[in-house]
Design a protein around this ligand. Structure first.
Ligand SMILES: *Cc1c(COP(=O)(O)O)cnc(C)c1O
Length: 328
C-alpha cells in the first residue's frame, strides 16, 4: 500500500495535472428527459467515455505515475476482474510496466478473454476473490510486484477526485452531486475536492441495495462484511476490506446523504438512459439516475449525476430494454 498519509484536496489538484495526458476531460450533458420529468436541471458527467470505459483510469493513472520508475519496472499486480483491472492494465501498458492480474476460477470466460487482450499476465486459481487476493499479496513478496488497490489507496482516491475539478468548471451552478458508492474511492475523492472548493454542494452517495457494504459499515462505525449476491450493478459488488484504512473514514466524514436503490430502480434507469438519452451504461453507473427517478433523493436546482462506466454485458441491456417495452 502506498503512502500512509490520508489524501487531501491538494493531492487531488496535483493529480489533475499529473493524469492529464492519460485521461479524458469527459463531457457533461443535460439529461433532457429527467430534467423535464423532475422540473429541475439534471446533468450527466459521462465518465463512461473514458478509455477502458470507466472513471477507474483516473485513479490508476495517478497511482502508477507516482510510482518510482524502478518500482514500476518490476511490475504491478491487482485482483480486480472488472473496471479497475482494465484501467490498471491500460495505464501500465502505456507506461511500459508489466502487469499481473490474479483471478479466481469463478471468473467467467468472457472477462478472462477481455483481460487477456490487454496483454496482462493472468494468474487463475483459488475458489473465490479472497484467495485470488491472497495470491496477489504473495506475489508482492515473491516477485517484488506492487499491489494497486482499487479504492483504499490515497493516490487512487486523489486520482478519482480529479473528475470533481472538471465538474466545478463545467457546472459552476451545481448544488447537488450524486455519486455511486462501493468501496468509496470515487466518492471520497470527489467529496475531498468539493468540500474544499465548494462546501455548499450536497454530496449524495448512492448504494445498490443488494450490496450496501460501505453504508452498513458507516452505520456500524467499523468495516462489516455482507454475503455477495448478484446485482445489475456488478461493479459495486465486493467488500470494503476488514482492515480498511482510508475510505471508511472519508466517507463517514464527507458524505452528506446516503441513499439505496433497488434492482428494479437500477434496471429502469438503465433503460431510461438508453431510450431517453441514447446512452449505453452499466448498472453501477445508473444508480444516481435511479435514485432521482424513483424519488429516493430530492433533486437540487442543478444536479450532477456521475455516470461512472459503460461496461455492461450487451445481452443484459438488450433484455432490459426489450422487457421494458413489454411492461408498458
Ligand atoms: C468501481 C466503480 C464504482 C464504485 O467506485 P468505488 O470507488 O468502489 O466506490 C462505480 N461505478 C463503476 C462503473 C465502477 O467501476
Amino acid at each position: 500500500m502506498s503512502g500512509a498519509r490520508p489524501p487531501t484536496h491538494d493531492d487531488v489538484l496535483a493529480a489533475s495535472v499529473r493524469v492529464a495526458g492519460m485521461v479524458q476531460r469527459t463531457p457533461v450533458v443535460l439529461a433532457e428527459g429527467a430534467t423535464r420529468g423532475l422540473g429541475a436541471e439534471v446533468h450527466l458527467k459521462l465518465e463512461s467515455l473514458q478509455p477502458t470505459g470507466s472513471f477507474k483510469v483516473r485513479g490508476a493513472a495517478n497511482r502508477l505515475l507516482l510510482m518510482p520508475e524502478e518500482e514500476r519496472r518490476r511490475g504491478v499486480v491487482t485482483v480486480s476482474t472488472g473496471n479497475h483491472g482494465r484501467a490498471v492494465a491500460y495505464v501500465a501498458g502505456r507506461l511500459g510496466a508489466p502487469v499481473t492480474v490474479c483471478l479466481s476460477e469463478l471468473v467467467p470466460s468472457n472477462k478472462v478473454a477481455a483481460l487477456r487482450a490487454t496483454g496482462a499476465e493472468l494468474i487463475i486459481g483459488g475458489a473465490g476473490q479472497d484467495e485470488a487476493e491472497e495470491r496477489a499479496t504473495e506475489l508482492t513478496r515473491e516477485r517484488g510486484l506492487t499491489l494497486v488497490h482499487p479504492f483504499d489507496d490515497p493516490h487512487v482516491i486523489a486520482g478519482q477526485g480529479t473528475l470533481a475539478l472538471e465538474l466545478l468548471e463545467q457546472l459552476p451552478d451545481m448544488d447537488t452531486v450524486l455519486v455511486p458508492l462501493s468501496g468509496g474511492g470515487l466518492v471520497s475523492g470527489v467529496a475531498l475536492a468539493l468540500k474544499a472548493l465548494r462546501p455548499s454542494v450536497r454530496v449524495v452517495a448512492v448504494s445498490a441495495a443488494a450490496t450496501p457494504v460501505m453504508l452498513r459499515s458507516v452505520v456500524a462505525g467499523r468495516p462489516v462484511a455482507l454475503p455477495e449476491v448478484p446485482t445489475l450493478a456488478d461493479s459495486l459488488g465486493g467488500g470494503i476490506g476488514l482492515h480498511n484504512r482510508y475510505t471508511l473514514k472519508l466517507v463517514t466524514e464527507l458524505v452528506d446523504e446516503h441513499v439505496e436503490v433497488s434492482e428494479r430502480d437500477i434496471g429502469r434507469a438503465m433503460v431510461e438512459l438508453f431510450v431517453d438519452e441514447r446512452l449505453v451504461v452499466e448498472g453501477a453507473s445508473a444508480v444516481g439516475m435511479a435514485a432521482l427517478a424513483s424519488g429516493r433523493v430530492e433533486p437540487g436546482r442543478s444536479t450532477a449525476v456521475i455516470v461512472s462506466g459503460r461496461n455492461v454485458d450487451v445481452m443484459t441491456l438488450i433484455q432490459l430494454v426489450g422487457g421494458a417495452g413489454e411492461e408498458s
